[in-house]
Design a protein around this ligand. Structure first.
Ligand SMILES: [Zn+2]
Length: 238
């Protein structure tokens, strides 16, 4: 069974990915007293099949939708990086931005998408954001030698994260019972109206997916994660 962190940061490739992957768990943790923060890496400006929809207009709509969804769940703060959809790179720039969010919000738990999948394709932004979040947690956020300008110029201190929850994993090893929060997950996802082609069936599809994850663990509704733990250690002790 999962513990409830004091603070959790969700590193999210596109608006709506956080609610889709772990909205029930976020709602559950918030109800138990946790502070949950979002880092939204891209603006999702390619997420439409409508040729008449301008990218900048869609990006603005998706900020509003994401803020509404975060409000439904009770998310404490949302940071947008505004990278164009499909442009995330596993590079120094994105690593510094994720490290900055970790040093600012100081989470016990970071949640991100599992970048390692061998049995199916996943969006490039999903892979890149997941890998960069893992690297930021594992080395870069807690070592003062990385991005020292954040420490010097922005008064952000190094921070050690205890655990990573990877959503979208092919091999989850922890299932969170979200039965009491499935309605909130559905309500939050419905706020992303620009991503819904069939509004009447949206809730049923979300429930069906959470039910099928739950079946793997004997739970009515669940979200599954691959969890990585880190031993607290002094920055100079590794
Ligand atoms: Zn996505």
């Amino acid at each position: 069974m999962e513990g409830v962190p004091q603070r959790a940061l969700l590193v999210t490739p596109h608006p709506d990915d956080a609610e889709s992957g772990c909205g029930g768990t976020a709602a559950k943790w918030i109800a138990a007293g946790a502070e949950v923060y979002y880092l939204i890496c891209t603006n999702g400006d390619k997420g439409s099949g409508d040729f008449t929809m301008a990218s900048d207009r869609l990006a603005a709509i998706r900020v509003e939708e994401q803020m509404d969804a975060a409000h439904v769940l009770g998310v404490k703060d949302v940071m947008f990086l505004h990278h164009p959809d499909g442009t995330l790179e596993d590079d120094h720039q994105l690593r510094s931005e994720v490290v900055r969010a970790i040093r600012k919000y100081r989470p016990d738990t970071v949640m991100c998408m599992d970048p390692y999948r061998s049995r199916g394709h996943t969006h490039r932004d999903h892979r890149v954001s997941g890998q960069v979040a893992i690297d930021a947690v594992c080395s870069f956020a807690w070592r003062p030698g990385y991005f020292p300008e954040q420490i010097r110029d922005e008064n952000l201190q190094p921070h050690l994260v205890n655990e990573l929850y990877l959503w979208g994993s092919e091999d989850p090893d922890l299932f969170v019972d979200i039965s009491e929060h499935i309605d909130m997950k559905v309500n939050a996802l419905k706020r992303h109206a620009s991503q819904i082609n069939d509004p009447s069936g949206r809730g049923d599809r979300i429930r069906a997916r959470s039910r099928s994850v739950g079946e793997r663990a004997g739970l009515p509704y669940a979200e599954g994660f691959r969890v990585l733990h880190f031993e607290p250690q002094l920055p100079w002790g590794d």
